[in-house]
Design a protein. Structure first.
Length: 230
């Protein structure tokens, strides 16, 4: 009985220090129902209540930080292992990648507008880099055949030089290659998180005298479709 009385006194003291049920039970191993009975009549002063509330907030914060750390570590582990799944890429795989990219993001030749040139647009700098490598290595396009257009929302006029420098660095082309900037005037309504410091607009890659290449791309993409579907 003396032991139980001492445990009860210690439990109440811990509660007044702002400890949670879980923290008290780790220090005093009794049934949770018993602890509940002991603490039911333990009235906390205003100062003690404030201390308890703050302790709960800090405990919740620590728990949230621990979960965030676990999530980040898990995410990084999955990411690292997934990268290893790729391995070396063959020339054929690079060829197919470029065709699929253009199929998804490139301009297609229209029946009412034959002879269209190759045009590929994207705001993802890594995709732009891969597509340029595809043009150079697979299609043997010379750099002097490439033309760039930047499409930037008018609310970002103040950073146009920064945007030009960004795309120059990404592509390896001189900044003079990015003189053509077109302003998007529609009202900006988006849930994207990259519309401020990370926003560099959309870059369009055009290839001069490339209507035959556009027709080849149409045939290549249809060939991929038939091999998979049929």
């Amino acid at each position: 009985m003396i032991k139980k009385t001492e445990e009860k006194r210690n439990a109440i003291a811990l509660r007044k220090q702002g400890k949670t049920y879980s923290e008290i039970l780790r220090a005093i191993p009794v049934a949770k129902s018993t602890l509940g009975i002991w603490l039911k009549d333990a009235k906390l002063s205003k100062a003690e209540n404030q201390k308890f509330t703050e302790a709960k907030r800090l405990a919740s914060l620590r728990g949230g930080q621990a979960k965030k750390k676990q999530r980040i570590e898990k995410q990084q582990d999955i990411f690292s292992k997934a990268k290893l799944d790729i391995g070396a890429l063959s020339d054929k795989e690079l060829f197919l990648m470029g065709v699929i990219m253009y199929w998804a993001e490139g301009a297609k030749e229209k029946e009412h507008h034959p002879g269209s040139q190759l045009q590929f647009s994207n705001m993802d700098s890594k995709m732009i880099q891969i597509f340029l490598i595809w043009l150079f290595r697979v299609c043997k396009i010379h750099k002097n055949m490439i033309v760039f257009n930047i499409f930037l929302h008018q609310t970002h006029k103040a950073k146009v030089e920064e945007v030009r420098q960004f795309w120059s660095k990404i592509t390896g082309f001189p900044i003079e290659s990015f003189s053509a900037v077109y302003w998007k005037k529609n009202k900006l309504k988006t849930n994207r998180k990259n519309v401020h410091e990370k926003y560099h607009g959309v870059l369009k890659i055009k290839v001069k005298k490339s209507s035959d290449l556009v027709r080849k791309l149409s045939g290549w993409s249809e060939g991929i479709f038939e091999k998979i579907v049929n």
